[in-house]
Design a binder for this molecule. Structure first.
Ligand code: NAP
Length: 372
């Protein structure tokens, strides 16, 4: 294995990074004890090819130079190519002294099966050779043939991600769409699986291979409690406490949040510590768990043609992408708005929002009233 960058994001180094961007006064927030930019760079979309790797590399350089210090990926994004693109740029820029590893927060995810850079000619055989025969996964560990949360699988995925990213320590390690298991295995078995996964993640944190962990979700935190895919944040936090005690490291969740998917704020689907029902943002806050918004631009669909009322709500912004991001990063309880960016020009556009303070709460509320 080639040499890995040592260390992890620290309070001191991320504060020093933030201090270099006097032109972005409202940009940095505290999350899990470190300073993170209010906009994070996501790496989900795009073809698994060299041209997209090169585009992501340039976008990541532009982001790190411009005041974005949170990078979000997953082992299966573009069949490991997104992790490798991040790893290559971190190595390059740390080597040049342009960044220090401790200034950057890197988040990745495990749960889905992945190929190696491209779909192999015989996917079934490839998977059998690489994962089943070495005993990393048994066929009946898989849900819908593509999702696995066993400790053995997660341990192997953490090693793969560390190698791809070239990092000794991953800052945030998410279970990727854990709710994907629920319809197949039922609630009691799901809880057993999450508890076993959290035991593993606590052990990996104690070893220094990850710093904190979380759940990156799609439907689970947006749907009603009687939905088969529903995730209870209080229940997951209780499982984390069983696994790691009061100082457990289940400290971040990710869920879609944007102008068209606002359930994190609008849906009272989570039990709060006082017994009342509240939204996910309130539940997360009460449990000491930070929230990163995914799909802030609804996979690019909110970057053009937004209704003019948004221009009024967010005056001074120059593009619909900026307005859509401003909505997300201004919502109290959202720490980071993740935007997928494989284009350096999009990074530059989105940094235009980081120059602005977040919109005041009453402006956002007026928007909900007008839309709702
Ligand atoms: N379940 C999960 O865990 C989950 C699910 C979805 C997403 N995520 C995470 O959240 C991140 C963000 O979500 P996403 O990538 O799915 O969707 P997104 O951020 O809503 O949208 C990304 C798309 O918007 C385009 N874009 C970005 N800035 C723009 C601008 N200023 N003007 C015009 N277009 C712009 C991007 O184009 P270019 O690529 O050309 O720059 C890309 O096509 C992901 O990358 C991933 O890290 C997690």
């Amino acid at each position: 294995m080639t040499s890995m960058l040592k260390g992890r994001a620290t309070a001191q180094a991320t504060a020093a990074y933030a201090g270099r961007f006097a032109d972005l006064p409202g940009n940095f927030r505290e999350m899990t004890g470190v300073a993170v930019s209010s906009i994070g760079l996501g790496t989900y979309l795009g073809e698994p090819d060299d041209a997209t790797d090169a585009a992501y590399a340039e976008a990541i350089r532009t982001a790190l130079r411009g005041g974005i210090n949170l990078l979000d990926t997953a082992v299966n994004y573009r069949f490991q190519r997104s992790e490798r693109a991040i790893g290559a740029v971190l190595k390059e820029m740390a080597g040049q002294g342009a960044i220090r590893r401790e200034e950057i927060v890197v988040a990745t995810k495990g749960g889905y099966l992945t190929f190696d850079g491209a779909v192999p000619p015989d996917p079934r055989r490839w998977f059998e050779e690489h994962f089943i025969r070495p005993g990393i996964v048994a066929a009946d560990d898989l849900v819908e043939g593509s999702h696995c949360l066993t400790p053995r699988w997660l341990a192997a995925m953490i090693e793969l991600s560390r190698a791809n990213l070239g990092l000794e320590t991953i800052d945030i390690y998410y279970l990727h769409n854990p709710e994907a298991q629920l319809p197949s295995v039922g609630r009691e078995e799901f809880k057993r699986r999450i508890r076993a996964a959290f035991d593993l993640l606590e052990a990996k944190a104690a070893e220094g291979l990850i710093r904190v962990y979380g759940a990156a979700t799609w439907n689970g935190l947006r749907v009603a409690p009687d939905d088969r895919s529903y995730l209870s944040l209080a229940e997951m936090a209780a499982l984390a406490e069983e696994a790691g005690g009061k100082d457990h490291r289940f400290r971040v969740i990710q869920m879609p949040y944007n102008l068209a998917m606002a359930e994190a704020f609008t849906s009272r689907n989570q039990r709060l510590p006082d017994g009342a029902m509240g939204n996910t943002l309130a539940a997360a806050d009460a449990l000491g768990i930070a929230v990163c918004a995914s799909a802030s631009l609804l996979q690019g669909r909110l970057t053009r043609g937004l209704p003019p009322l948004l221009n009024d709500a967010f005056d001074g912004l120059e593009s619909d992408a900026q307005r859509a991001l401003q909505f997300v990063r201004s919502t109290p309880g959202i720490t980071v708005a993740l935007a997928g960016m494989s284009s350096a020009a999009h990074v530059a556009d989105n940094l235009g929002v980081a120059r602005r303070p977040p919109a005041p709460f009453d402006r956002l509320m007026r928007l909900f009233k007008k839309v709702g």
